[in-house]
Design a binder for this molecule. Structure first.
Ligand code: MG
Length: 403
């Protein structure tokens, strides 16, 4: 039995936006690592880990993962918040890492063993113009990706219009729903003519639409047989997915913002969506996600665990271990890390021919080189593509759009 002796938070990447949890034990050299990154609130996550969770974990048997998860879940009484779940998710991954090391097996073996050879991933193709997008799609197809997300510029791209007149609000991109609902099917029309019907395509709406706009766009996309369309609506309006499903055959991927079980459970049990999208850390770690995957299997819903460009290699490898072992797997979103970032995480999953591959080391198979990780804190390059705080768009009249 390994007793937990300490829970440390290591902050890395620019300004310490990656939070890596290290759970230490009383066994010589035995520890686990997990991802508790939150680009917007890293300090809040660290304080939850250090002030709320570490005190209830220290002295406990690291092998009692389920009990420790339930203990963390309720130890602050109020629960199902994104920062609490992120903190718990990091610790939970570290506990699975420890259990794998104790067992001498990769974590996916503990979850029932591999049901696939590697993890199929989807790529992010993006172009300010259709021509640029087509070039990127072609490049990813050549790299071996069977599913490619297609965006005309950033989220909402294809729907941005020139602002008219002066605004009483801070500067923002102006999004016009009618323009967008015409532009995206037109984009897929061209892509299908160019690439045929066999390549898997997805598109992320990032919640920019009104409910009726969501129904219209989903129907308009039906002829192009997408792999999925993602987040047509904000999580506050999931009740509209019944209408979407009644009128459109386009598969729906939903839920990268979900943290509460009641957000995804009705959608899954009523078969109103086709893919769940939670980020493993933000759902609370591998312990809840393997249960979510099992429930999805029973209802014919598949997983597409979320990654964001701002996320770290530890969350990605935790997702990949789940992906290797679950029958309800659909596809995995993938991150691209710079070489300095990969060097700080020896054992990271390797992306080859559109698939993530794991090593066979015990546990998650990934470690953190703390010296190299410390050097990343001052690294400016890693933040190039991210807005902080979150970039908000507005309607032509100035109204904010939920992202
Ligand atoms: Mg998304």
């Amino acid at each position: 039995m390994a007793k937990i002796t300490a829970v440390r938070c290591i902050r890395t990447r620019h300004d310490g936006s990656w939070v890596i949890v290290k759970v230490m034990t009383d066994q010589d050299g035995l520890y686990g690592i997990g991802s508790a990154s939150d680009i917007y609130q890293p300090g809040a996550v660290v304080s939850i880990i250090e002030e709320l969770l570490a005190p209830v974990l220290i002295g406990r048997d690291a092998g009692q993962i389920e009990d420790l998860w339930q203990t963390m879940y309720t130890s602050g009484y109020w629960r199902n918040g994104s920062t609490l779940h992120t903190a718990m998710g990091g610790i939970d991954m570290a506990l699975w890492d420890i259990k794998g090391k104790e067992a001498g097996m990769p974590v996916y073996q503990l979850l029932g063993g591999a049901v696939r050879s590697a993890v199929p991933c989807y790529a992010h193709a993006n172009g300010a113009t259709y021509e640029q997008l087509e070039e990127e799609v072609h490049a990813f197809q050549e790299q071996g990706f069977g599913v490619i997300r297609c965006q005309l510029g950033g989220y909402g791209g294809g729907g941005f219009v020139t602002p008219q007149g002066t605004s009483k609000f801070p500067p923002a991109s102006v999004f016009d729903e009618a323009s967008y609902i015409m532009a995206i099917p037109d984009m897929f029309e061209k892509l299908r003519v160019r690439f045929g019907m066999n390549l898997g395509f997805t598109h992320d709406v990032h919640e920019h639409l009104t409910p009726s706009g969501a129904v219209s766009l989903s129907r308009a996309l039906d002829p192009y047989r997408l792999f999925f369309v993602e987040d047509l609506l904000p999580s506050e309006h999931t009740g509209w997915y019944r209408r979407v499903k009644e009128t459109s055959t386009t598969p729906q991927a939903v839920g990268e913002l979900f943290v509460h079980p009641q957000e995804w459970l009705p959608l899954v049990q009523e078969r109103l969506i086709d893919f769940v999208r939670m980020r493993v850390s933000k759902a609370g770690g591998m312990t809840p996600c393997r249960k979510i995957a099992a429930i999805c299997e029973a209802f014919g819903v598949r997983t597409a665990w979320q990654e964001g460009g701002e996320n770290d290699p530890v969350n990605q490898i935790a997702a990949a271990h789940l992906d290797m072992a679950i029958m309800s797997f659909g596809v995995q979103e993938v991150n691209h890390f710079r070489s300095e970032e990969k060097e700080a995480f020896p054992g990271h999953a390797v992306l080859e021919h559109g698939h993530l591959k794991l090593n066979d080391k015990p546990g998650l198979g990934i470690d953190i080189d703390e010296h190299k990780a410390a050097a990343l804190v001052k690294d400016q390059g890693s933040l190039a593509a991210y807005h902080h705080p979150y970039k908000l768009d507005r309607k032509p009249d100035g109204t904010l759009i939920r992202p």
